[in-house]
Write a protein that binds this ligand. Structure first.
Ligand code: URA
Length: 233
């Protein structure tokens, strides 16, 4: 890889800033000052910017416990973006794996690996998404059957895939779906004449949020957690 590309991949420097740093003699490769962006870096080369060793940022896989009041967007709009909760380099390369509504809390995945994202959100892969909803009204007696049979939501021409509903109490339920249609959970409960008051995602595939992350906190996934999604077919 060329040194100028390496610098823009491994730092927050723009191309033109990287050129200036190179010109000023701020970059060494294996202890020698290198001024040319065209210089080709070999595997194992030690690249330093002043006293700082540089390394390529690989693909990143993050879980965040999303608080209410944040949007799953790349930029702040009406609400701050969930990305502002991450204190990491090259944030602009990341995207959320699907979306949660601004008032929904819980597990959201964030990555810069588009293929991995596709693997999780594509309905073809039928990856479970597990939500706990609190409801304004007592849950209808036949809710399990209705959700299992599939619902034709307003304005759509295919019914929802079979969904698993577990009653936690009269107004709280855990719902497992394998799709991510727009406001899907809220619309499914609306179909039963109910209103979702709070919605929390606790699991995607085999990956549970667990109790370790407070709202707003995040952590990198382990390699095993990342690969579990690829192995789920
Ligand atoms: N379904 C919804 O209605 N909202 C979410 O945030 C996620 C799923």
């Amino acid at each position: 890889m060329r040194l100028d590309k390496f610098l823009s991949e491994s730092t927050d420097l723009s191309r033109s800033e990287a050129r200036k740093v190179l010109k000023s003699g701020g970059i060494t490769v294996n202890g020698e000052v290198v001024n040319k962006g065209t210089h080709v870096i070999q595997e194992g080369d030690g690249v330093m910017w002043e006293d700082e060793p540089l390394a390529l940022i690989g693909l990143r896989y993050i879980m965040l416990n999303k608080p209410a009041g944040y949007e799953c967007s790349l930029k702040n709009s009406a609400y701050p973006s969930v990305m502002t909760l991450l204190d990491i380099e090259k944030r602009d390369r990341l995207h959320t794996v699907g979306r949660l509504d601004v008032d929904t809390t819980g597990l959201i995945l964030i990555t810069d690996d588009g293929q991995w994202t596709h693997r999780i959100i594509s309905p073809r892969h039928q990856c479970d998404k597990v939500y706990v909803a609190t409801l304004a009204e007592p849950l209808a007696d036949n809710a399990e059957e209705v959700f299992q049979a599939g619902i034709l939501l307003n304005g759509e021409d295919t019914p929802t895939l079979p969904a698993l509903l577990e009653r936690i109490d009269e107004r709280t339920a855990r719902l497992t779906i394998q799709e991510g249609r727009y406001h899907q959970v809220k619309r499914m409960f609306a179909y039963l004449g109910n209103l979702v008051l709070t919605l929390h995602r606790e699991r995607i595939g085999q990956l549970s949020l667990g109790d370790d992350l407070e709202l707003g906190e995040s952590r990198y996934l382990t390699p095993e957690e990342v690969h579990a999604f690829v192995a789920e077919d």
